[in-house]
Design a protein around this ligand. Structure first.
Ligand code: F0G
Length: 448
């Protein structure tokens, strides 16, 4: 493996040497983010990777016993030559996640080809692992001793695990009382210094930027462009799992907006190299209470973004000032996708419907199904289209949410807003006295 990439600013197009990268990953000239680019891919054809050879090689590697080959990220390493040496790889067997079909939801919505790419089936239960393996491996090559992130939960869980595997120390800043217990427990379990700050996610980011300036900690938030190189591999997996026929639509939750950007990058790079004929339309769905991108696109044509004060029970995407919004706008425009927002009740119902397929996901992931319903109603998704929902986190990440929903404790407004649809999914959690009589009575009620 050898470094054969450049870091280019998405604002002023300045190229910087990887070693000269500022610690906050922002361009010193214009303040924008960087992206990893591969100059040889636009050069003479013989210098580019060969599509058929790659498809074969990537499949073969799944049989290998080598760590790098067994990783669903590094098995695509020709598409992410960011390391000087393969020995730097820190992997916990991430990626290689399932693509499920969703037959019942598909039938209800009249979309026969509805799939879910479940990135919650990664080692720490979220898509973050695919980007953490790449960025931590780069951190190791840079000789980092401490890594750090601000997080709504999943990034911290993932970073803590990868740091522990590689022998680095990790610092996480979390909004106090605003993250799901499962995620907080993971960060603690994997040994991170876990600081809960009396502020929101955006406040944690502000504090961390100051810390990064003043202490030798390596930043692993998704402004770190190496994160996106790993996260883009989900696009390669989707293409491979669909026999290189990409779906018409890919629907992604939007928080800090790195993942939608990464998936777009993955598909557009595959198209550039002739691995696939087209990219799917990539649409980004946000919670109504954390809808900075939706407002940016609808009110300002994606030219500017006004931060919002974020409020949603889907805590993973409770983000008011998304860092990668310009990258996401670019992907939505390049692929012809849309932005949409969904209410708390719509998220809760969609989550229960994904659960009822025997798959499950965390609330932030369920915005995808809620958003799909809206895109269908607007005629943007047709019944013959193939659709992939990107599920980002495992259902066990936030069990409180699920229990409160099924006991009918939350969201109170849901029954009125969504009526019988919600009632059908939420009447299955009941507390009763311990007798067979009672059990049989409930069984009869439920079956009827
Ligand atoms: N879904 C889940 C489960 C997430 O944890 C996140 C982000 C997103 C979707 C949104 O992805 O930020 O790339 O647009 N979680 C971050 C964290 C911010 O700190 O764990 P995005």
């Amino acid at each position: 493996m050898s470094e054969s990439y450049q870091l280019r600013c998405i604002g002023c197009a300045q190229v910087v040497e990887p070693r000269a990268m500022p610690g906050n990953f922002r361009c010193e000239q214009c303040g924008e983010l960087f992206e990893v680019v591969y100059p040889t891919w636009t050069g003479p054809k013989q210098a580019r990777p060969n599509p058929s050879a790659l498809r074969w090689l990537w499949k073969e590697r799944r049989m290998s016993l080598e760590t790098a080959d067994r990783s669903g990220v590094w098995r695509f390493r020709e598409m992410l030559p960011i390391l000087a040496s393969e020995k730097s790889i820190v992997s916990i067997a991430e990626g290689n996640t399932p693509l499920y079909d969703l037959p019942r939801a598909g039938e209800r919505l009249g979309v026969a080809r509805l799939h879910a790419k479940h990135q919650g089936m990664n080692p720490t239960g979220s898509f973050k692992d695919t980007g953490m393996t790449t960025a931590i491996s780069v951190a190791r090559e840079n000789g980092a001793a401490w890594v750090a992130c601000a997080s709504t939960g999943n990034t911290s869980a993932s970073m803590a695990a990868y740091a522990a595997r590689s022998g680095m120390r990790s610092l996480v800043l979390l909004p106090d009382g605003e993250i799901a217990w499962g995620k907080l427990a993971q960060a603690m379990d994997y040994g991170a210094l876990t600081l809960q700050l009396a502020t929101d996610f955006d406040g944690c980011v502000r504090v961390l930027m100051e810390v990064v300036r003043r202490a030798p900690v390596y930043l692993l938030n998704s402004v770190n462009p190496y994160r996106l190189e790993g996260q883009k591999t989900a696009a390669f997996e989707i293409a491979e799992q669909m026999d290189w026929q990409v779906p018409d639509h890919l629907i992604v939750p939007g928080g800090n907006l790195a993942n939608s950007s990464a998936l777009g990058k993955g598909f557009l790079e595959m198209k550039q190299l002739g691995l696939v004929a087209k990219a799917p339309r990539i649409s980004v769905i946000q919670a109504e209470g954390a809808n900075a991108l939706v407002r940016s696109v609808n009110e300002f044509g994606g030219k500017k973004l006004e931060p919002v004060e974020a409020k949603t029970r889907a805590t993973a995407i409770r983000i008011g000032n998304p860092a990668s919004w310009k990258k996401a706008v670019r992907v939505i425009e390049a692929t012809g996708g849309w932005v949409e927002q969904v209410s708390e009740a719509e998220i809760a119902l969609a989550k229960a419907e994904i659960g009822a397929e025997g798959i499950g996901c965390e609330p932030a992931s369920a915005v995808t199904l809620g958003g799909l319903k809206k895109l269908i109603a607007q005629g943007k998704v047709a019944s013959e289209d193939s659709v992939v929902l990107l599920l980002t986190g495992h259902t066990l990440k936030d069990p409180d949410y699920t229990i409160q929903y099924h006991r009918g404790e939350w969201p109170k407004e849901a029954d009125a807003a969504l009526g019988s649809a919600i009632a059908a999914t939420r009447r299955n959690a009941i507390r009763i006295e311990a007798s067979a009589e009672n059990v049989l009575r409930e069984l009869e009620k439920f079956a009827g």
